[in-house]
Unconditional design. Structure first.
Length: 266
């Protein structure tokens, strides 16, 4: 049975944990978040993020880039490294504890082109068309209103720029699905042992990974939010996918003779 995008979103809005619960959960695991990512993914997470960054930058060596749900800042730092001083990078997250760890990495690496902002992905404090690209890595499934999150990313990116979502997905191949399910079943136990958190954060994370890919058709949601040329690139047997799209040119803007901009935020 196919469920329409509107129905998926409506049902999810009722069932998904609210922002405050999500923030509390990430606060509790922030100190061990990076270590657990590496352990649980066997270091594949580093490669997945690099792929998403390459998709967002499209070979550019200068750009202004927003990393939504930046957490401990791995994507934002990767972008900063790639641009090596030729651009502007903003990492945004609503959990100050996660950003604190991002801030430590920024200071240690003296990345002066990277700034961190505490804000909600569903209400970004940036003007329309102010970035060349916006990314979200393993964050969108935690945002209470997925559509609003993607709409906001679409709004702040200039027409012809890139919106990229890196997220766990449901492998199409049954064997890959089985392997992923087995791997996920260990996540809550390992997560609790390593993080020492009393909140069952990794129980939530493992169940949200399992359910998100099966329930949300991100390609349709991205199109609904006004993105064109929406593409998906499955990685690691389809356990993770890089979704990308481009905000459409506004026909009114074009009739006024405005050219596609290259980088407003420099
Ligand atoms: C699984 S972590 C991903 C962090 C990072 N992007 C990465 O690749 O590791 C999800 C992050 O999303 C943030 N988050 C969840 N909902 C959010 C929202 N509505 N607005 C801003 N940040 C949010 C959490 O605080 C957390 O830091």
């Amino acid at each position: 049975m196919t469920v329409s995008v509107d129905k998926q979103l409506e049902r999810a809005a009722k069932e998904r944990p609210k922002g405050e619960e999500i923030r509390t959960m990430f606060s509790s695991i922030a100190p061990r978040y990076d270590l657990l990512n590496r352990l649980l993914s066997g270091f594949l997470d580093v490669r997945w993020r690099k792929r998403a960054v390459a998709t967002a930058l499209q070979g550019r060596s200068a750009a202004s880039v927003l990393d939504v749900c930046t957490g401990t800042g791995d994507v934002a730092l990767q972008v900063t490294k790639k641009l090596s001083g030729h651009g502007r990078v903003v990492g945004a997250d609503f959990c100050p504890e996660m950003l604190k760890h991002a801030g430590e990495k920024v200071r240690n690496g003296a990345h002066k082109d990277l700034s961190l902002v505490v804000c909600d992905a569903q209400s970004l404090p940036f003007p329309a068309h102010s970035f060349d690209a916006a990314l979200v890595a393993f964050g969108i499934r935690n945002v209470s209103n997925v559509e609003l999150g993607i709409r906001e990313m679409t709004r702040v990116v200039r027409p012809g720029g890139r919106v990229v979502v890196l997220e766990f997905s449901r492998p199409r191949n049954p064997l890959s699905r089985f392997i992923t399910r087995c791997a996920l079943s260990f996540v809550p136990l390992i997560g609790r042992l390593v993080s020492g958190s009393s909140v069952n954060a990794y129980g939530y994370l493992s169940s949200s990974v399992a359910s998100f890919g099966a329930r949300f058709d991100l390609v349709s949601i991205m199109r609904k939010c006004g993105l064109t040329n929406v593409r998906e690139e499955p990685l690691t047997l389809g356990a993770v996918t890089v979704f990308s799209g481009e905000p459409a040119f506004d026909p009114e803007d074009q009739s006024k003779g405005s050219e596609p901009r290259d980088s407003r935020h420099r």
